[in-house]
Design a protein around this ligand. Structure first.
Ligand code: ACM
Length: 683
């Protein structure tokens, strides 16, 4: 869970970012390749490679079962998209797509392995070469993104791509504690990560609200620390194998010494407080903490890490370390006297003592420790990896201290920020920009974080995708690839491709709207849903008595964090307000405003039918009012007319009021209508 202040920090970072002018290193043609992440180097060729019934792909050079499975997955995707045959005989077609793999990658995928590939597409053939299977996996995904419908049929443009990632650590964190995410959800997300060339699943698997991994050494962790929803060790192994098949490492996080309330239900002797403990149901920072002064705590952690180190083969092991409020330490006399006797002057020093002890245990089990930026202290061992979440400064501070780090500040996808804001946050931006070249090498990359306070298996796709593609591009593509307009254009196309591999945020939204309305085709509700957004940050707690049992079934849960229609309407409004709009843009703006104006009459009878939709009555009404004002503003602007001063004043007040949060939703068009009114003259 995050402190509310972070949203402010994030917006400052975004303001600090800038959009480079077009005409950088990449050609205009490259910019329009509908690929995300944009490859490091692209040379356009002549013609196109047509995909038809004669298609086949052959693996040459080094091969292994993982590559065979990648080939099968690739052919199935391609078959679904294009209709190429998959029957046995088709496999005897002469292959015009040759994959040449140099050799094996490491048995357990390592940070910094070569992930490069070379993809050469001509009208006659395709050659994908890579030093090892990791590059092959990436190259296959690039090819799939290039498939398009043309008058000649399905085809891929002729192009030569030399590609490799900018950063070796490109992650997505999934919080399975606040809301349990079933295995198919995790695996589907791994499919999306493969498409986005992300290579680390950071699995936040325990927190106050649930302990979700099976421990055989300490079975009360999952028995008492969860509601029965946890991953068995077999399931965890399955996820790790599934991830490896897609070039993705799995780094577990067992957050300690705080965020541990669920551990303490079954093992209260670990606790600093008197207990008894229950699984937390509310969100936010809890007081529950381990007792860092007892030897028995370290004995427990040693055995536990030993067990989990075997289960999770990755070299890195995340121990959390965030958000200790120290209350249980302050009120425990034994802890206070220990601190006094050992010259431990503060809770931060006590946590540093704990971290240092745990780091030795992690190292004893042949792992490298990772922690949130709270674990960075003057004496933190140099091999500890710091995950920066409270600001970019800690990433730079870590590097100056000689510690490697990854950036998550700016990549908190639970905050409902637009993709364009995440996109401009760079791991080597902010304070890190002033690091020396040697220090910059310590910045390993970044991770999007999918905290799950307000996320369920039902809406997680719409929370992660498509925005995480923008972060994936930031972490993969050259630093000067920063054109937000180009990113959004490509995002729309690549998001559709994600749908063809099973990730379908729009279907999630539609299903939820159908259920909310009890209507198989809730057209009017869809019109409203397309132009509202969840507010940024963590404002929901202010509005409801929210806990882990609260169903996530409201419109705020169903709509994506960023309204595509809202953004497109904003572009229209900007063009109109600045006098640059085409006839088509004027017409589109009018069409939309008319639709929104008339939608209220169709929607209102439906809204009062249930308590879930009842809260939308004023939201729909406001949209109508805003649309009416927008149409009047268009009339005035089109006729070079003006609006009476007092009317204009009232209109501005109305749209500003409509822009305020209502039913935990924001009207995504009200600010643009305000822009239109501002552009009118007053008489
Ligand atoms: C965090 O958001 N508490 C790491």
């Amino acid at each position: 869970m995050l402190k509310p202040g972070i949203a402010r920090i994030l917006s400052l970072l975004v303001v600090a970012g800038c959009i480079l002018p077009a005409g950088g290193r990449l050609s205009a043609q490259t910019e329009t390749l509908p690929v995300m992440p944009l490859p490091a180097h692209v040379v356009a060729g002549q013609g196109q490679f047509v995909i038809d019934g004669s298609f086949n792909l052959a693996l040459h050079g080094y091969t292994e079962p993982r590559l065979e499975r990648a080939r099968t997955r690739f052919l199935m995707r391609l078959s679904r998209e294009t209709g190429i045959p998959l029957w046995r005989e088709a496999q005897f077609n002469q292959a015009h797509f040759i994959v040449e793999t140099g050799g094996a990658s490491k048995p357990v995928q390592q940070l910094g392995e070569d992930e490069s590939y070379h993809l050469e597409i001509s009208s006659a053939q395709v050659r994908l070469t890579a030093p090892n299977p990791l590059g092959v996996l990436h190259g296959l995904q690039t090819f799939l993104q290039l498939v398009r419908i043309t008058p000649q049929g399905f085809s891929v443009p002729a192009v030569t791509i030399d590609d490799q990632p900018r950063f070796p650590w490109r992650g997505l964190m999934i919080d399975s504690s606040r809301h349990f995410m079933p295995i198919p959800t995790i695996e589907r997300t791994l499919d999306g990560m493969e498409a986005a060339k992300l290579n680390v699943l950071h699995w936040h698997i325990s927190d106050d609200q649930g302990f979700r991994a099976e421990s055989l050494k300490f079975p009360l962790l999952q028995k008492d620390g969860s509601d029965g929803l946890y991953y068995t060790q077999d399931q965890i192994g399955e996820v790790i194998n599934y991830a490896r098949d897609r070039g993705i490492r799995v780094v577990p996080e067992f957050d300690m010494p705080c965020h541990t309330q669920s551990w303490l239900v079954g093992y209260p002797k670990l606790a600093a407080g008197p207990g008894p403990y229950h699984i937390a149901t509310h969100m936010g920072v809890h007081d529950a903490a381990m007792d860092p002064t007892k030897e028995s705590t370290y004995k427990f952690i040693d055995t536990f890490i030993g067990e989990m180190a075997e289960l999770f083969p990755d070299t890195y092991f995340h121990i959390g370390g965030d958000e200790c409020n120290g209350k249980e330490w302050n009120s425990n006399p034994q802890i206070q006297s220990y601190m006094h006797a050992h010259g431990i002057a503060s809770n931060a020093a006590l946590q540093a003592y704990f971290t240092a002890r745990v780091q030795k245990l992690v190292a004893r089990h042949h792992k490298i420790m990772e922690g949130w930026d709270e674990v960075l202290q003057p004496g933190t061992p140099k091999d500890v990896v710091i995950q920066s979440w409270r600001g970019q400064a800690s990433l730079a501070e870590a590097a100056r201290q000689g510690n490697r780090g990854i950036l998550s500040t700016g990549y908190y996808i639970d905050l409902n920020q637009p993709a364009g804001e995440h996109y401009l946050v760079d791991p080597l931006g902010g304070d890190a920009a002033s690091l020396t070249p040697e220090q910059k090498k310590l910045v390993l990359g970044g991770e999007a974080t999918m905290w799950a306070e307000y996320v369920s298996p039902e809406n997680i796709d719409s929370r992660i995708w498509p925005r995480t593609l923008a972060i994936a591009e930031r972490l993969w593509s050259p630093q000067d690839v920063r054109d937000v307009g180009s990113m959004y254009k490509r995002l729309a196309i690549v998001a559709q491709k994600l749908e063809s591999c099973g990730i379908d945020p729009r279907a999630e939204t539609d299903a939820m709207l159908q259920r909310m309305s009890g209507n198989g085709d809730p057209e009017a509700l869809k019109v409203l849903a397309a132009v509202v957004e969840p507010p940024e940050g963590y404002t929901r707690n202010d509005h409801t008595n929210f806990n882990t049992f609260t169903p996530l079934n409201r419109l705020v849960d169903a709509v994506p964090p960023e309204s595509v229609t809202g953004r497109e309407f904003q572009q229209l409004a900007e063009a109109i307000a600045s006098g640059q709009a085409s006839q088509q843009q004027w017409q589109q703006a009018r069409r939309w405003l008319t639709l929104w104006r008339d939608n209220d009459a169709r929607l209102q009878p439906l809204l009062s039918k249930s308590s879930i939709t009842e809260e939308l009555i004023p939201v729909s009404h406001n949209l109508k009012e805003v649309a009416v004002i927008g149409l009047q503003a268009l009339d005035a602007l089109e006729n070079h007319g003006s609006i009476a001063a007092d009317q204009r004043e009232r209109d501005l007040k109305t749209v500003q009021a409509a822009a305020k949060q209502q039913a935990t939703l924001l009207d995504a068009v009200a600010p643009s209508v305000e822009l239109l009114v501002q552009a009118t003259k007053s008489e």
